[in-house]
Structures are given as structure tokens and as C-alpha cells.
Design a protein around this ligand. Structure first.
Ligand code: ADP
Length: 460
């Protein structure tokens, strides 16, 4: 069942229930009121008859009967019976009374004072009549409330008709109301249906920007902005990646073309092959970096985090880099490292952390004339702080944010050192994966300092 049908149904059920309840209570209260009012009238009629009978000695019973029958407030099918203290019938307003009574019942009336009861639709009443200076009498009265019941039947008819008409109006009204309430949603639905990868720049109409639907549209627009940005980043990543991959391939190809153009000496072949070997190494590093970057972008869940000793990871990264670049210098300052190994342990992925550390060290060395990186490690109760400092070329202030974007290289590194601009972006992803953060301080010509904070395992 769709929301429109559900809303219509609920609206109709609720409104119809209220209408039924309202009509039912009108009917029930009217019936109660009719009954109470009729008993009052019956009682006052019976009292009048009894009073005339008991107090006016001159009234002959036959005469009283005539008066009873013909007086204006006489009730339909009215019967009044009066019993003396011996339970003998002293007076009856009709010649052949049909009211049932037994001496036990009359005694009970005498004890209880007044009993109200019914025989079928006929209201009956019995009470003990006392008049000062006279003996007690029991009066039984009954009548049929023809007018009251007819009025009640009419009322029931009107209420039932009203109910039917009401329900007949409620259902279409509910449908119109629900349709109107859902119209903005349907409108949004149509707009959303027209958005696809080709027109992510489209935005939904935000209406009055205050109600719930407008807020939904606004949130959806925010999501579109994020998607569009992610899509653009992805597209530029692919474009940049293919460019980065094509350039070294083109360089290798032209080296091969040059060497194959004519016969060369063994020495020339050797040096070209060596250069090609260097290029393929660089190419392999680039593809590995791209792969890591793509993986860290796509799927955070697939990395299994285990306890890692950061000082050990730093050592192994340093050793690996030293093998690749024997001319690099590493100055380790581990300050006052705690004995407690927990104070050096983070929950992480050893290989990823090693890639990040190696990158920071590599950058520090390759962008410094002295090829030296100063590494320090500090432990606090919750964090581990790792710093990579150098006295190199530094990073221009306006580029310090951008260097974490994939493929971005600062203007001052051209001709200083080779690279593809993906290392820092990968480092940032890796540190974020470990719930850490990177802070950068750098001054062109003076050097750079990358500070990494990682939460300790015991603090997680
Ligand atoms: P790559 O080193 O391959 O160029 P990275 O992503 O590692 O790529 O670094 C991006 C850019 O950040 C570098 O090109 C350089 O401009 C700047 N950079 C990073 N580290 C340093 C550093 N220690 N000193 C100066 N510049 C740096």
C-alpha cells in the first residue's frame, strides 16, 4: 500500500471514529435524558392521582378515573394503581390493569421507598406514597413514552444518515488532503528522478527553506554537492593518473627509439639499459603508490588493525629508505622514550604506517640539500607524536594546503627532485585511517616540519 493510500485510510479511520463516537454519545445521552425525564413525568402524574385519591374525600373513584384519562398531561397507555396498607388494590386508573405485582413486591417497595423498572418498552415506577395525617399507600404507575421514543428513533435515523454522509465526505476529503500533503514530496521525487551522473550540477528546488520538505531538499542538495565534488576528484584523479603513467612510458619509449636508431657501443647499450632500469623502478614505485592511494580511497574496512610498535615501524621504514638511497642521512631523536612498550603502541596497519613514514622521510631528504631528516618521537598519556624535520627548500605558504591533494607539487620543487605528487595525499589518507592528524610548519628556504599525532592503543 503506498503512502497516499495509507494516509487516506488513517485519516478516514480517525475522523470516522470520532464521528461515530460523537454520534453514539449524542444518542446514548439523549436516550438517558428521555428516560429520566419520562420517569419524572410519570412520577408526578402518579403523585397527582394519589394525592387526589387520598386527600380529597369528595373525589369519587369513577370520577378520578375520568379525570386521569382526560386530563391534558395524561401519558400514553398510562396506568396508575394505588394499594392500601394491606396491599389491597384501592384504585386503578384503568378498568383492566395489566401491570404485574405481587404482595412481596409491594412489601419491597414499602421497604425501599421507590423502585424504577421496565417491562419491554414500557416504563414502570413503584413508590411509597406518604401524606401527612393519612395512611401510607403504594403507588404503581406505568406508561409508554410514545413521543419520546419516536423522537429518539428520529434522532437515531438522523445520526445514522449524518454518519453515512460524513464518511462519504471524509474519504474523498482525506484523499485530497493526503494528496496535497504529499505533493511536494512527489515534486521532489520527479526532480530527483531527473538527476544522473551527467547532470550532477542540478539542484532541487528548496522552496521556503524552512519546512521539513525544504530541509529534505536542502540536505539532498548538500549531498549532491559532496557527490559532485567526489566525482570531479575521481575524474581528475583518473586523468592525472593516466598522465603520470604515460609520461614515464613515453620517456622510456623515446630512449629505446634513440638506442635502436643505429648500432651503438656496448657502453651506450649498458648505460641506456641502466637508465631504463631506473625508470622502470620509478614506474613500479608510481604504480604501487597509485594502487595504495586507490585502495585507501575505496575500502577502509579491508585493513585489519593490530597493535604496532611505532618506534619499530619507524626503524624499518628508515632501513628500507636507506637501502634505496644510501646518500640519505637520518638523525633520530627518541628523547626520553618510556620503558613501557604500551606507550609506543598504536592500533594500526604496519605496512601502511611504514609507507607513510617512508614518504615523510623521503620528502625531507630529497627536498633538502643536506639530504637529512631529523626524526623525533614523543609519547604522552594519550598520543604519540612523530616529527619529521628538515632544513630544506620549504613549502610556499599558499601551497601548504594544496600539497595534500593528489598530484599536486609545489612550484619550488621543479628541477629539485623527481616525484609524482601522490605521496603526501597517500600519507594523509593513512594517518586519517589511524584516526590521527598531520600538522605542517614550513618556511621557504628554511625547512619543513611534519608533525603526526597518533592515538595510543591504550587510549582507544
Ligand atoms: P612528491 O614528493 O612525489 O612530489 P608528495 O605528495 O610526497 O609528492 O609531496 C607533494 C609536494 O609537497 C611535493 O612536491 C613538494 O612540493 C611538497 N613537499 C612535501 N614534503 C616536503 C618537504 N619536506 N620539503 C619541501 N616540500 C615538500
Amino acid at each position: 500500500m503506498n503512502i497516499l493510500a495509507k494516509l487516506t485510510l488513517r485519516f478516514s479511520i480517525i475522523t470516522a471514529s470520532i464521528l461515530v463516537l460523537f454520534s453514539a454519545s449524542i444518542f446514548v445521552f439523549s436516550a438517558m435524558f428521555r428516560s429520566a425525564e419520562f420517569y419524572d413525568r410519570l412520577e408526578s402524574r402518579a403523585i397527582t392521582t394519589a394525592r387526589l385519591l387520598v386527600t380529597v374525600q369528595e373525589v369519587d373513584k369513577e370520577l378520578l378515573r375520568i379525570i386521569d384519562k382526560n386530563s391534558l398531561p395524561a401519558l400514553p397507555e398510562e396506568q396508575v394503581l394505588v394499594f392500601d396498607k394491606n396491599n389491597e388494590l384501592d384504585y386503578s386508573s384503568v378498568e383492566n390493569p395489566t401491570m404485574d405485582y405481587t404482595p412481596e413486591f409491594l412489601d419491597r417497595v414499602r421497604r425501599e421507598g421507590k423502585i424504577i423498572y421496565k417491562k419491554g418498552d414500557v416504563e414502570q415506577l413503584a413508590f411509597n406514597y406518604k401524606e401527612e395525617g393519612y395512611a401510607d399507600y403504594i403507588v404503581l404507575a406505568s406508561a409508554y413514552d410514545r413521543y419520546g421514543r419516536r423522537k429518539l428513533a428520529n434522532l437515531r435515523m438522523i445520526l445514522l444518515l449524518g454518519l453515512l454522509v460524513g464518511i462519504g465526505i471524509i474519504v474523498p476529503t482525506g484523499w485530497i488532503y493526503s494528496n496535497q500533503a504529499l505533493a511536494p514530496l512527489a515534486n521532489i521525487n520527479n526532480q530527483v528522478a531527473s538527476i544522473n551522473a551527467g547532470n550532477l550540477d542540478r539542484r532541487l528546488d528548496e522552496g521556503n527553506r524552512t519546512d521539513e520538505i525544504a530541509r529534505l531538499a536542502m540536505n539532498f542538495n548538500q549531498m549532491l554537492i559532496r557527490l559532485e565534488t567526489a566525482f570531479e576528484v575521481q575524474q581528475s584523479f583518473v586523468a592525472n593518473a593516466s598522465h603520470e603513467l604515460r609520461t614515464p612510458l613515453a620517456a622510456m619509449r623515446s630512449q629505446l627509439q634513440v638506442i635502436l636508431a643505429k648500432d651503438r657501443s656496448a657502453e651506450e647499450y649498458r648505460s641506456t639499459l641502466q637508465s631504463l632500469l631506473d625508470d622502470t623502478d620509478a614506474f613500479a614505485r608510481l604504480t604501487t603508490g597509485l594502487l595504495h592511494l586507490a585502495q585507501s580511497n575505496v575500502d577502509n574496512q579491508r585493513f585489519r588493525f593490530v597493535p604496532c610498535r611505532v618506534d619499530e615501524v619507524l626503524f624499518s621504514a628508515q632501513e628500507e629508505l636507506a637501502k634505496l638511497h644510501p646518500d640519505y642521512h637520518f638523525q633520530m631523536d627518541y628523547g626520553t622514550l618510556p620503558d613501557d612498550e604500551e606507550a609506543l603502541t598504536v592500533l594500526g596497519h604496519e605496512q601502511l604506517l611504514s609507507i607513510a613514514f617512508l614518504n615523510f622521510m623521503d620528502n625531507a631528504c630529497k627536498f633538502s640539500p643536506d639530504h637529512t631528516v631529523h626524526i623525533s618521537l614523543l609519547s604522552s598519556p594519550k598520543l604519540l607524536e612523530i616529527q619529521f624535520n628538515d632544513n630544506g627548500i620549504g613549502i610556499p605558504p599558499d601551497e601548504q594546503d594544496k600539497i595534500f591533494n593528489p598530484f599536486h607539487r609545489a612550484a619550488n620543487v621543479q628541477g629539485v627532485a623527481r616525484g609524482h605528487g601522490i605521496g603526501l595525499s597517500l600519507c594523509q589518507k593513512i594517518i586519517q585511517l589511524h584516526n590521527g592528524e598531520i600538522k605542517l610548519k614550513s618556511a621557504p628556504g628554511k625547512g619543513s616540519s611534519f608533525t603526526i599525532h597518533l592515538p595510543l592503543r591504550q587510549a582507544v
